[in-house]
Each structure stands twice: as C-alpha cells, then as structure tokens.
Design a protein around this ligand. Structure first.
Ligand SMILES: *Cc1c(COP(=O)(O)O)cnc(C)c1O
Length: 227
C-alpha cells in the first residue's frame, strides 16, 4: 500500500506541472481518487496520505465502503450512471453527483436529500461526442436542464462533467474538453454561478488541467489496475 502513497505523489506532481504550464494555481484543481473495485485498505492508504475526495461508480459497493470506513472529512463523489431506483441511497451517502443527465433523476435526488445534510452538489454530464450508448445529455439540451435544476431546493448545481470516447485521440480530447469549458462559460453568461469542470482521468489529466478542469477523476494512476 506504500505504492499508493508514491502514486498519489506522482499524480499531484502531474497536476502541479500541468497547472504551472497553464499558468494556473494547482490548488484550484481537486483530485478525486476513483476507488471503484478497490479494497477498503487502498482507500485507507490514500486517506492516510492526505487524500479526502473519493469517487465511486456502484452504489451498493460504495455504501459498504462508506459505512465500514466511516472516515471523517471525506467527500464522496458519485461518478457512475444514476439509476432511478438508487437515487435515495445516492442522496443519502454522497456529497457530489457528477453524472446527472435528466430532470427525473434530479427531482428524485432533491426530494430524497436528507434534511440534515447540505444541498447535494451536482454536475450535469454532457455527452459531447454524442455517443449513442453513453450517458449524458447533448449540449443542445444543457441550458434547459440547467434551468430546471436551478428550481430544485436540495441540489446545488456546481458545473459540468464529461467523459471523452474511450478511443478518442488527444487532439479530439482537447477539443471536447475545450467544448465543455465553453458550455460552462455560456451558462455563466446566463447567470448560473458555476465553479466546477469535472474532466480528466489517468491518461489525459494534463490536457484536462490545461483546458480548465477543476476536478480530475483519477483511478488507475493512484490505485493501479482494478480487480
Ligand atoms: C473509472 C472512472 C474514472 C477513472 O478512470 P482511470 O482511467 O482509472 O483514471 C474516472 N471517471 C469515471 C466516470 C470513471 O468511471
């Protein structure tokens, strides 16, 4: 598990270098450690190295870990596909949901967010490459969904998230990340107060940081291959 500490140090260095190239403050970028399919010992190792943001994709797996670990000061990010029958658990256990792409889901998350908890932080997932099988709304529907989300009292719309196609080359990835940044700026011109661009994974975090990412979601570069 000491490997995880080394890996985390390397990822922090990659973020810092990319930020410096882009003339940005590295502190403006949050590393979300994606711990799906990783054992709790791996999460503890990262936690002990100062990591506080963790991303999970599968609700049942995540709840098991969240309850067992009971770590103070951790922010749990849901980054998987949101199913309608899982919204109650997501609203209860998570601090962030990066993958909201339809009103129905957003309404349920708002209705089911416990009264004792702060509003749930939300990113709208945009399917920029318009891949048919992929979650996320097309860019053309973003403004409508954002406007509807603004009316939901227990949600706080923070920004946008995207996942480039798995086979996209770096030029395409850069274009897509730039596109997401542009969409965020357009919403801000319409009066939305957004501070988050959730983009960048292990293989493309430098491009993401140079394109304005504020949250990179890093799995394998921290934890190694998933079981
Ligand atoms: C698994 C996953 C990641 C992490 O990917 P790595 O390539 O392992 O860094 C990031 N974002 C989402 C949405 C994921 O599902």
């Amino acid at each position: 598990m000491t490997q995880i500490t080394d890996h985390l140090t390397k990822v922090r260095e990659r973020v810092a270098n990319a930020a410096s190239v882009a003339g940005r403050d590295a502190d403006s970028i949050t590393i979300v450690a994606v711990s799906k399919k990783q054992p709790t010992a791996a999460i503890i190792a990262a936690y002990e190295s100062g990591q506080r943001d963790f991303g999970e994709n599968f609700v049942q797996e995540a709840i098991g870990k969240i309850e067992t670990l009971d770590l103070t000061g951790v922010r749990w990010h849901f980054i998987g596909h949101v199913q309608g029958n899982k919204t109650k658990d997501i609203a209860r256990y998570f601090d962030w949901v990066h993958t909201v792409d339809r009103l129905k889901i957003a309404q349920r998350l708002s209705d089911q967010r416990p009264h004792y908890a702060a509003p749930l932080n939300i990113c709208i997932q945009v399917n920029l490459a318009e891949e048919p099988q992929k979650s996320g709304i097309p860019a053309s529907e973003l403004a409508t969904l954002a406007t509807q989300l603004r009316l939901l009292p227990r949600l706080r719309l923070r920004g946008l998230m995207t996942i480039p196609p798995a086979d996209a080359d770096l030029v395409t990835v850069r274009k897509l990340f730039g596109g997401l940044r542009h969409l965020k700026e357009q919403l801000m011109q319409r009066g939305f107060e957004l501070d988050t661009l959730s983009m960048g994974m292990s293989a493309d975090l430098e491009i993401a940081v140079q394109s304005g990412s504020t949250m990179v979601r890093i799995g394998t570069a921290i934890f190694g291959a998933r079981s």
